[in-house]
Design a protein around this ligand. Structure first.
Ligand SMILES: [Ca+2]
Length: 341
């Protein structure tokens, strides 16, 4: 956990807010609080700048005791937060503490991308359309790798994989409830250890988040191009051309442009959403349909025992969410999000 950069003092004589720096201590270059403008009788607004990540803003009335005021996700280099109770104290001090970046995760900033495949994409399936313009308004962290057997074992105390031995291989044979339970346990663990701020949550990616991360800004069949003859695919994905009938240690193939490994191949990855048609048009922060009549959840990315078509960024597969339904080629990766700002 990093330390404070700047402390801002706020004086409120006769309800006139005045902000000024009183202590500038750039001990570690992580985040800067910039004063500030009054937005209402009780509100005062700050801008936080620095690298993307999660910051905890703390406040104090005496520089001795500090309390957490808000968690702010700095998504694009700066973020704004507002203290709505600033008038309740004759003076108030603020500082920002950047949470240590999660290990083995990559930050995906808010963005707009096209989900699904065009009708002329080679080996396209009908459920990949209509193409939908998706805007994700919040950034999120996503695992660099699929969750490994070692990680799963350390959190749950079990390893259901049908391929025991090397714990650096992705866990599979996990049901959708197993995967979401892992996320819940990991969240509790990391909160208790103080490694993520209050309001943060590990969970499965939505389908839109998964495809956004997999595409990494590309519109081709794969993040490395269209690869019509699948000649380049073995450089990026364990799949039926060279996957054998087993899972492989994570991170051995080339990553996508976001630095994410095995987004194509190795094991399929559970998503949060129920299966349903893509909505088409333009949508914001889609979560999928509210339910699925026969309990299908979506999974993405292809697997060691599937052909290259299933490894395409737009390819959509599905599997039942019953606790007894598992498959040796089906695992997951996690995302980390913070609470409302
Ligand atoms: Ca995968």
């Amino acid at each position: 956990m990093k330390t404070v950069l700047h402390t801002t003092r706020l004086l409120l004589p006769a309800l006139l807010a005045l902000a000024c720096f009183t202590a500038s201590t750039p001990a570690q270059e992580v985040a800067i609080l910039l004063p500030a403008r009054r937005t209402a009788a009780t509100n005062f607004e700050f801008t936080l700048t620095g690298p993307p990540g999660i910051n905890t803003v703390l406040s104090s009335t005496n520089l001795a005791g500090w309390s957490e005021l808000a968690n702010v996700t700095n998504q694009l280099g700066s973020a704004v937060f507002t203290d709505v109770e600033v008038n309740f104290s004759p003076q108030k001090f603020f500082r920002a503490r950047r949470q240590s970046p999660p290990t083995n995760m990559v930050f995906i900033p808010p963005n707009t991308f096209t989900m699904g495949s065009p009708t002329d994409e080679l080996h396209r399936q009908p459920n990949e359309g209509p193409q939908t313009i998706v805007t994700l308004t919040r950034g999120f962290w996503i695992g660099t790798h699929e969750v490994t057997q070692g990680e799963y074992l350390s959190v749950t105390g079990t390893n259901p994989s049908e391929f025991p031995g090397d714990l650096s291989r992705p866990v599979s044979s996990v049901s959708w409830p197993d995967a979401t339970n892992y996320c819940w346990l990991l969240t509790r663990w990391e909160l208790a250890a103080g490694r993520i701020p209050a309001g943060s949550e590990y969970r499965l990616p939505t389908e839109a988040e998964w495809e956004c991360a997999a595409r990494a800004g590309t519109t081709t069949r794969f993040s490395f191009g269209d690869d019509p003859d699948y000649a380049s695919l073995p450089d990026y994905a364990w799949q039926s051309f060279d996957g054998g009938l087993t899972v492989h240690p994570v991170g051995q193939k080339l990553p996508n442009p976001r630095g994410l490994y095995d987004m194509t191949g190795n094991v399929f990855e559970w998503c949060q959403d129920w299966l349903g048609p893509l909505p088409g048009g333009a949508v914001t922060d889609p979560q999928g349909p509210p339910s699925n009549a026969i309990g299908w959840k979506t999974m993405r990315g292809g697997a060691f025992d599937f052909g290259g078509s299933a490894c395409r960024s737009a390819s959509r597969m599905f599997f039942g969410n019953h606790p007894a339904l598992t498959d040796w080629n089906l695992g997951f990766r996690v995302v980390l999000v913070t609470g409302p700002q």
